[in-house]
Design a protein around this ligand. Structure first.
Ligand code: KIV
Ligand code: ZN
Length: 515
């Protein structure tokens, strides 16, 4: 068996497996923003979506393939000609493209889900890779539910697809059933038993149902010899999620002497990526989450604080700034000019497409600075994201709000917003001010959507912080997230609700690849 090289490929699937988390759907513009951030993070491969899933996924992959130059762009496809051709079409503008095709190989999935015999699955897998080879030399194959598949059968399938030209073999623990030693050993044995295994790079794709995704991935690398890890920002993904990029990368970096593997990631972009994904999907990061949680570098106990002041290494194994945490400092104020604002955007790695967008964001900044004396990096990120949402076609647009609540009285709200450019004014009452606001909007929008999540987060610290509200709506099987930020949390709620309605209005349908 060949010794694999010491360069580890980081394959990010936030935009594909991550988006499969119930409620984490993203628009094309949001996916493009995340893809650009993943490029800044220097991710080697970006799985941009599943082209055959929907027109929206197709368009998103195409836009990313046209805009991102430094990373390989990948589309998932089931093992059939139609899906593969669709993936190839979406990837056409990419400088470097990969088709990732998969079919289930476990007895349970073949019999109950696919209703196919193992021989049929073997043939379909080989045919798929052969067909995909017409479009690119970079082909990844995954035997879905690999960790619960029969090893002899896996050997036949994987040898067959490598012979057809698969260049990456990804071994998925689809249901998060694996444990590290067994998972790593299985990959090692497969590589040993399959005669042409050295013609492909081996990869791991782990789900976190038992909280073992990162450990399994690292075992796949150290014991199994895999040289690609599939992961997502914040560990987003189906059910309990996938291997978290930030955790696996920082484990490799922090324990470099042990792992002796190189990764190309610019770790200083990790926190920005985490905040962007959390803000867009409405999936808040838990405070004690490794690396990117708000408390990951906070030291509360006296003994720890004392140690840190004397020598940082006493209680810190990583430096906060190495993963992109900045001190929660006031960066700009009311008197800051456009150049200072633009410079701060650059320092935060925020790219706006045109001077017109910079001007619009600067206008929002001035408005905010009039109402809020201290502006933090987090405020800037939120207002830029607001501006980018506004840039996406807005059918509903917030204009103004008046609200009244008093102990013992029913809260009432008057909301002015525009529908396709025409201003409407509506009133509502409810159990609380947010309820009254949403009822006022619904009295005109009449979406019939069900609110499945309402969350409010303080963007920075102190009571003067902006509130960032996420509203998740469900309608006819579709789930969308709307986000709004404002120092007034009732206004932020109205903006979030209207932003979610805009997404429902855009009618993008999608299909889960595992279905
Ligand atoms: O979990 C899984 O098996 C997948 C495959 C499509 C790789 O996401
Ligand atoms: Zn998966």
């Amino acid at each position: 068996m060949n010794t694999p090289s010491n360069r580890l490929i980081i394959f990010d699937t936030t935009l594909r497996d991550g988006e499969q988390s119930p409620g984490a759907s993203m628009t094309r513009e949001e996916k493009l923003r995340i893809a650009k951030q993943l490029e800044r993070l220097r991710v080697d491969v970006i799985e941009a979506g599943f082209a055959a899933a929907s027109q929206g996924d197709f368009e998103s992959i195409k836009a990313i393939a046209g805009a991102v130059r430094e990373s390989t762009i990948c589309s998932l496809s089931r093992a059939n000609d139609r899906d593969i051709a669709r993936a190839a079409e979406a990837l056409a503008p990419a400088e470097r493209k990969r088709i990732h095709t998969f079919i289930a190989t476990s007895p349970l999935h073949m019999e109950m889900k696919l209703r196919m015999l193992p021989e049929q699955v073997l043939e379909q897998a080989k045919n798929a890779v052969r067909f995909a080879r017409q479009f690119t030399d970079d082909i990844e194959f995954s035997p879905e539910d690999g960790s619960r598949s029969d090893e002899d059968f896996l050997c036949r399938v994987l040898e067959g697809v490598i012979a057809e030209g698969a260049t990456t073999i990804n071994f998925p623990d689809t249901v998060g059933y694996a444990v590290p030693e067994i998972f790593g050993e299985t990959i090692r044995r497969l590589r040993e038993r399959i005669p042409n295994s050295d013609k492909a790079i081996w990869s791991v794709h782990c789900h976190n149902d038992l909280g073992l995704a990162v450990a399994n991935s690292l075992a796949g690398v150290m014991i199994g010899g895999a040289r690609q890890i599939e992961c997502t920002i914040n560990g987003l993904g189906e059910r309990a999620g996938n291997t978290a990029l930030e955790e696996v990368v920082m484990a490799l970096r922090t324990r470099a002497a042990y792992y002796q593997l190189e990764v190309g990631i610019d770790t200083t972009q990790i926190v920005a990526a985490s905040k962007m994904v959390s803000q867009i999907t409405g999936f808040a990061v838990q405070p004690n989450k490794a690396v990117v949680g708000a408390n990951a570098f906070a030291h509360a106990s006296g003994i720890h604080q004392d140690g840190i002041l004397k020598a940082r290494e006493t209680y810190e194994i990583m430096r906060a700034e190495d993963v992109g945490w900045t001190a929660n400092k006031i960066v700009l104020g009311k008197l800051s000019g456009r150049n200072a604002f633009k410079q701060r955007l650059q320092e935060l790695g925020i790219e706006l497409d045109s001077e017109a967008e910079v001007n619009a964001a600067f206008g929002r900044f001035k408005e905010l600075a009039d109402r809020k004396t201290e502006i933090f990096d987090e405020d800037i990120m939120a207002l830029v994201s607001d501006e980018q949402q506004a840039h996406d076609k807005e059918y509903y647009r917030f204009v103004s709000l008046a609200q009244r609540s008093e102990t013992g009285e029913t809260p009432r709200a008057t909301v002015v917003f525009s529908i396709d450019g025409a201003e409407v004014r509506c009133e509502g009452s409810g159990d609380g001010p947010v309820d009254a606001t949403v009822n006022a909007i619904e009295s005109r929008a009449a979406s019939g959507a069900e609110l499945v999540l309402f969350s409010v987060n303080a963007i920075s610290t102190g009571t003067q912080s902006q509130g960032e509200v996420t509203m998740r709506l469900s309608h006819s099987g579709r789930i969308v997230n709307g986000v709004g930020a404002d120092p007034d949390i009732i206004v932020a709620s109205a903006k979030a609700y209207l932003s979610a309605l805009n997404k429902l209005h855009s009618k993008i349908e999608r299909l889960n690849p595992q279905n």
